[in-house]
Design a protein around this ligand. Structure first.
Ligand SMILES: N[C@@H](CCC(=O)N[C@@H](CS)C(=O)NCC(=O)O)C(=O)O
Length: 240
């Protein structure tokens, strides 16, 4: 059994989808990050970075005590290695899969996240920041569009954890006002194919665990929610 510490954001969706694809039994533990559920000392022992998602595998492949894994990219790799699935066996294709996985966690994810921050949450609208992160998100989506014009999936012919990492990133397009269907037909085609996978449909059901207040274009937070997400309470969780 695997515990999935989850909140219904793109990073969380990667893991609920992967667990469904791999048919691994899991227990969903929901966090409301606006209310600060992620700042407890108990969660800090699972993820020292106090962010979602994280997993605890009670039956790790190397035996011994339950094993905690944080960072969505590391969790995807751990699950793929545990099961021998969702990563190509061919070393070249495997290397390509890891490159796109890393591209997502180091590029599309953080840049889309910063665009969302400045568009959705910043108390003052800073045009330079909005433009910088929106343009970079759009550039990264163009890179994705080109890749998906030359291959069915990110690693080539095979669906892999790279696709699972990138697929929820479609919300970056929504955030920066890109209409994928009209402007990025290859991403749109790939997106539709993956959206129809039964495991993806099941994995998305985890999103219903708590109210969906994560996708609003502009959010107005209470002072407590602000503190939990970006202020003193967030900083306090890791203070020395
Ligand atoms: N690089 C991390 C990002 C994790 C992350 O930023 N999680 C967000 C939700 S998507 C979170 O927990 N935010 C709550 C907070 O910052 O306090 C990953 O890929 O797992």
């Amino acid at each position: 059994m695997i515990d999935l510490h989850f909140t219904p954001t793109p990073n969380g969706q990667k893991i609920s989808i992967a667990l469904e694809e791999l048919e691994l039994p899991y227990r969903l533990i929901s966090y409301d990050i606006f209310e600060g559920d992620q700042h407890t000392a108990a969660f800090g022992r699972i993820n020292p970075n106090h962010k979602l998602p994280a997993i605890v595998d009670h039956d790790p492949p190397f035996g011994g005590e339950p094993h905690a894994v944080f960072e969505s990219g590391a969790i995807l790799q751990y699950l793929a290695e545990k099961t021998g699935k969702l990563l190509p066996k061919d070393p070249r294709a495997r290397s390509v899969a890891i490159q796109w996985l890393t591209w997502q966690v180091a590029g599309l994810g953080p840049m889309g996240g910063q665009a969302a921050h400045f568009i959705r949450y910043a108390p003052v609208k800073i045009d330079y920041a909005i433009e910088r992160y929106s343009k970079e998100s759009a550039r990264l989506l163009t890179v994705l569009e080109r890749r998906l014009g030359e291959a069915a999936y990110l690693a080539g012919d095979e669906y892999s954890i790279a696709d699972i990492a990138v697929w929820p990133g479609r919300v970056a397009a929504h955030t920066v006002n890109i209409d994928l269907q009209a402007q990025y037909p290859n991403i749109h085609r790939w997106f539709q194919v993956i959206a129809a996978r039964p495991a993806v449909i099941r994995g998305r059901e985890a999103d219903r665990a708590i109210p969906a207040k994560y996708m609003q274009r502009e959010a107005v937070l209470t002072p407590e929610q602000w503190s939990n997400m970006f202020g003193e309470r967030m900083l306090g969780a890791v203070r020395l």
